[in-house]
Design a protein around this ligand. Structure first.
Ligand code: HEM
Length: 200
């Protein structure tokens, strides 16, 4: 399926497709096999694309909902706390803009090399290799991998936000399933920089 490239507004630190962004060592064949394992298909891509407008419209609301979960658990919120012990509000605001853009990207970006490279970059940005680097912040340098995995059920739960928009039950279920597969695919790719060579 061919999509027009979604244009992203100027977001500080959003490096999609830009020089200086990581290069993914994941081959096209590795990606294809991972997609096949997750069950990602052109039908999933099509359903995400069909409802892209809803993701655009609700991306910020989704991120706010997920952020509220992080904010309510001090052991999660600490990864946004600066060395002076206070939440780094500027960091939170900058990361939020990129997180909102990510939701839109999940719905609209084809899984090409630029996309694959940016998944490597996002993975790195959760690890000591690149956390804080983009925003020049001074918060803890790692979001442990187990929390990326443990957060998946929070991010895949989009039903409450979208059910008022999609009256067709089958359509909603197909969208939920496509989104769930997409999130798993992203996290599987983000896990790569956490692992020693050859173990991923
Ligand atoms: C399903 C799980 C998760 C998803 C989908 C997710 C998504 C994202 C996205 C899209 C970004 C911005 C990437 C960019 O710079 O373009 C980001 C950055 C970040 N996330 Fe996550 N995240 C997840 C789990 C977590 C958890 C559990 C925490 C900790 C509470 C966390 C903390 C952060 C931090 C601190 C950054 C900023 C890193 C930096 O550039 O310094 N994330 N995340």
């Amino acid at each position: 399926m061919t999509h027009t490239k979604s244009s992203a507004p100027e977001i500080p630190g959003y490096g999609f497709g830009l020089p200086g962004t990581a290069c993914s060592p994941v081959s096209n064949e590795d990606l294809r096999q991972l997609e096949e394992t997750i069950g990602w298909s052109t039908a999933d891509e099509a359903v995400m694309w069909r409802y892209a407008g809803l993701f655009r419209e609700h991306a910020e609301q989704m991120v706010d909902t997920w952020r509220a979960v992080i904010g309510s658990q001090p052991h999660l919120a600490r990864w946004f706390v600066a060395s002076d012990g206070r939440p780094d509000e500027e960091y939170k605001a900058r990361v939020k803009q990129r997180f909102v853009q990510w939701v839109i990207d999940v719905a609209t970006r084809p899984h090409d090399r630029a996309w694959l490279n940016y998944q490597e970059e996002i993975g790195l940005r959760h690890t000591p290799a690149a956390k804080n680097r983009t925003d020049g912040s001074h918060t803890p340098t790692l979001v442990p991998l187990r929390y990326l995995l443990a957060f998946i059920p929070i991010v895949t739960n989009i039903r409450r936000i979208l059910e008022s928009e999609i009256s067709n039950g089958d359509g909603l279920r197909a969208l939920e399933l496509a989104w769930t597969k997409a999130v798993h695919l992203h996290i599987a790719l983000w896990a790569r920089p956490y692992t020693r060579d050859g173990l991923w």
